[in-house]
Design a protein around this ligand. Sequence first.
Ligand code: ADP
Ligand code: MG
Length: 579
Amino acid sequence: MNIKKLSDDVASRIAAGEVVERPASVVKELVENSIDAGAQDIAVEIRQGGRRLIRVIDDGSGIPGDEVELAFERYATSKLRAIEELSDISTLGFRGEALPSIAAVSHLTVLTRAKGEQVGTLLRLEGGRMAHHEAQGSAQGTVVTVENLFYNTPARLKFMRSVQTEARHISESVTCCAMAYPGLRFSLLSDGRTVFQSKGSGNLRDVLIEVYGLDIAQQMLEIQDGAASESAVAVHGFVSDPSLHRSDTRNVTTLVNHRFVRDRLIGKAIREAYHGLLPKGRHPIAVLKLELPSQDVDVNVHPAKSEVRFRDTGVVYSAVQRAVRQTLSVMAPVPGDSASFGWAHVVEARQRRLVEAGTRPGMRVGDLALEVQRTAEPLTSTAEPSGRDKLPMLRVLGQLGRTYVIAEGPTGMYLIDQHAAHERVLYEHFHAERARASVASQTLVEPITIEPGPRHAGLNEERLTKLRELGFDIEPFGGDTYLLRGVPTILQTADVGRSILDIVDEVERADGVRPWEEEIIIGLACHGATRAGETLTTDQMQELIVQLEQTSLPRTCPHGRPTMLHVSAEQLEREFGRR
Ligand code: ADP
Ligand code: MG
């Protein structure tokens, strides 16, 4: 074939493909235009996942009658004049490509009336060609209707997914914008049904309630970024408590200067912040809003504008990582203030128990001190001394299947995995001891020889030293064998030798993400903890819960698995049809 220039018609349809990947891209571009136009109220309507129809109605500034046709020419924009302005973009759009791109691959109608004009304009385009233009009365603002998307680009049409999938992408687009702009009202009508609506209260948590429901929204932790004022990057938003996670990253929304972006670096920083808190392959729910000077971020990377480049990636990475990590380690969940059980009796029972605790035999001194300290404070959930005390007070009701503790809290029922919970307790206890350089160690009645075998060639001199620091009394005993005279006290098992070999085995099989000692500590906590299948007395269970309350991350075990399931009072009421 010889070289020929593509006709304008073909060229524009190809170019349109970069902006309009699927129906959701149309929604995103049109809604962004509405936001740029200063709209307060943005209503989106779709039919059949946007294949049949997409309509965006706004009450923004409108397009002046003599500019409407121009708006559909490629690179026509009211948002950018000179190349220098590109480094200081404050609008979502700036390339002047969206309207012509969408129009090139659909039947598009726009009805708009600009502020200060008496009459509006109706314009109809078919495959990008002007088909109709007339003056028409209308409200101030703009209505863009896109029908038969991709009717003239069969290749794209073939790649469209099911109606449900396209509708889901559109819904994600709209909810993203609502989270980016909590002060604006958004709604989405899909095949005649309202599937999303935000009130425009200006409060991001209100939007989260609309997006994820009340239960999840209440479990989201608001980002506390202590160092934000010193950093060029401010991080706001919400992240999920580690007990709340999902199988994919779809619920991680990152907004840079109000713009939804996909960014691997930010994704990695979030993952890093959750390190050790989530089970493998699970992801948090998060809405992260980054704000930084517009000169420090290049938004002109791709026509779809969903990628950005940062001038200083290191600053962004550490700001995100720090903000999320800090939030996870100090935050308490939102106290459920709506539906709550009559809580006074639980507090009373606890107080009685605390008084009795002083005389209870077999109680260790440390625990006593802790209990006394707790009685000194008013025992109401609102007066919790610090944000670290993340669990509400729980009252043990019983044990289920010799594996789970059933407990009642101010906002519902808790099922606690006794093994996972005890693991968390031992793990933090051990770290605390280690920080005070006072790891408790117990001498074995009879020393044990262990033969790790060829697979554990990793037990070298350096690691032996580390083991000793962790409270092991271990020394080489010739050849491949070692003599074990003492172990850290938390390893209370019947067969200590067996447990040690199992731990070494597990550490060997670990993915190497955590440091070696950390894996050993996790192993100790795991093997030292109460097993599933052990019968616990009510006292033992209550003891466990009190200790769990004291940990900084009571809702996950050191492996990142959940320690508890919470069934809220609302959930119960719903399930039983009480409301
Ligand atoms: P860009 O948003 O990059 O400027 P678009 O092709 O999306 O390019 O839109 C072209 C122009 O049309 C915009 O610059 C704006 O002036 C005008 N426009 C588009 N949509 C609206 C709207 N909903 N309300 C007011 N003006 C609009
Ligand atoms: Mg635009």
